[in-house]
Design a protein around this ligand. Structure first.
Ligand code: PMP
Length: 452
């Protein structure tokens, strides 16, 4: 079956009207927000299905409540920032203890929690030395600078349609015919032509990677082990081994961004698939919703950097990093890793995600839709193409914002939150089988409605 576009437009209009009727307080709050740029705290919050965002009243575990009094099963989970669930008790206690009882959120002094977290990240991901940031974007920015400093090379290679935060160098996509690089469409205020700082290859394309690295000017490849920001694009057999072999051969550092692929297991895809990056970056989920990021370096790389007297690693020790590694976010990281996103929690979350995936796949098959669904541990995503796209450019080509908005809005109006920008669903330790089954039933009903 293919989607009837006229029917889709009608249904989307109906659901948009339904959202306005169902959420009058959210709508009024949005319309009154005259002092916010774009009426929202951050302009990306306008990427919500419907004419306005629902306003958050509170959230606990896998549940979100809006100011109109509706409760949702949350499969968005802050697009991974709340993968530990909302306000899990051990993190709430750690925050309270650090901020209220002990006192001190930021004092330019280390706490003992920092070494505990470093040791735990080393155990999970295999990288020996760790440093903290406040966001994954910043961890990436700093990792890039270190890579340039230590290799003496200028460029960073990215996969087309990757996302690593608002890192200037990463906003590059392949040009016509899959060759060369051009600025990603819509890039706001690029500091310079992106091809001066970056190279690009398609995910799952070792030939393209080899061709780009052969120029000899690339300091590092910064990549996700599976693309997760343009649907989930999984690596084909041999691809990641090939990336490591080619990068080593060309003297190029490999940086794995595990911010989203952390869903693959307690040590992300790096541990799950026995990868050997030189640097690993992560953010979002590791502090239970409190801003925190981190990057890990191999022992050898850390030693090489620290032995370089010409690098000011003290005064320039981060990018906007005064609050990086602050006592509050480090305490939250420790509580999250020690008590919430534990090894056992990942096992349960993956089982639930597999159930979610089956629910979607069954409904898609029942309606004969040419869609695919992929999973990476606790994270699933469906895409409006089958077979699943093999790289970012292919996946970008099959995006369908109208269809996505309809599905998201239809589900939100019935108590399920999906991730804006994605058809992504993430499980947290508090997600239940019943939550997943609720989604499966509603998703099937949405497709039935679409089929007419
Ligand atoms: N890396 C990846 C893989 C991401 O998906 C994101 C955000 N979606 C980031 C980095 C940036 O994270 P933040 O916005 O928290 O800095």
């Amino acid at each position: 079956m293919s989607v009837d576009r006229t029917r889709l437009k009608e249904l989307l209009a109906r659901e948009t009207a339904e959202a306005a009727a169902r959420n009058p307080k959210s709508r009024a709050a949005y319309e009154a927000a005259d002092h916010l740029f774009g009426r929202v705290p951050m302009t990306w919050m306008n990427k919500n299905a419907g004419a306005f965002p629902r306003y958050l009243a509170g959230a606990r575990g896998a549940r979100v409540t809006d100011i109109d009094g509706h409760t949702y099963v949350d499969f968005c989970l802050g697009d991974t920032g709340a993968m530990a669930g909302h306000s899990p008790e051990p993190v709430a206690e750690a925050i309270e203890r650090r901020y209220r009882e002990q006192g001190g959120a930021t004092a330019m002094l280390p706490t003992e929690d920092a070494e505990w977290v470093g040791a735990e990240l080393a155990r999970r991901f295999g990288l020996a030395r760790w440093s903290y940031a406040l966001t994954a974007t910043d961890a990436n920015r700093w990792a890039i600078r270190l890579a340039r400093a230590v290799t003496g090379r200028q460029k960073i290679l990215f996969n087309s349609y990757c996302y690593h935060g608002s890192v200037d160098e990463s906003l590059i996509v392949t040009g016509p015919g899959g060759r060369g690089g051009v600025s990603r469409p819509g890039n706001v205020g690029a500091p310079c032509d992106v091809t001066l700082t970056s190279r690009v290859a398609e995910f799952n394309d070792l030939e393209g990677l080899e061709r780009e690295l052969a120029h000899g000017d690339v300091a590092a490849v910064l990549m996700e082990p599976a693309l997760t920001n343009i649907g989930i694009v999984l690596p084909e057999p041999g691809y990641l081994e090939g990336v490591r072999e080619i990068t080593r051969r060309h003297g190029v550092l490999l940086i794995n961004d595990e911010t989203h692929t952390f869903s693959a297991g307690p040590g992300g895809a790096t541990a799950a698939w026995s990868l050997e990056p030189d640097v690993l970056t992560i953010g979002k989920a590791i502090a239970g919703g409190v801003p925190a990021g981190a990057y890990g370096l191999s022992a050898d790389l850390a030693d090489r950097l620290l032995s370089r007297g010409d690098l000011d690693l003290v005064d320039m020790g981060g990018v906007g990093g005064t609050l990086a590694g602050n006592a509050l976010s480090v305490a939250a990281m420790r509580a999250t890793l020690e008590h919430v996103l534990t090894d056992d929690a990942f096992t349960a979350m993956s089982v639930l995600a597999a159930r979610f995936e089956r629910g979607v796949a069954d409904a898609v098959a029942a309606h004969g839709l040419p869609w695919s669904v992929s999973r990476l541990g606790a994270r699933t995503e469906y895409r409006f193409a089958a077979p699943a796209p093999r790289n970012g450019t292919e996946s970008a080509a099959v995006s369908d914002p109208e269809l996505e908005d309809f599905l998201h809005l239809w589900l939100a109006n019935r108590g399920i939150l999906m991730t804006p920008f994605h058809n992504m669903a993430l499980m947290c330790p508090a997600t239940t089988e019943a939550d997943v089954d609720t989604h499966s039933a509603l998703f099937a009903a949405a497709l039935a409605e679409l089929a007419g």
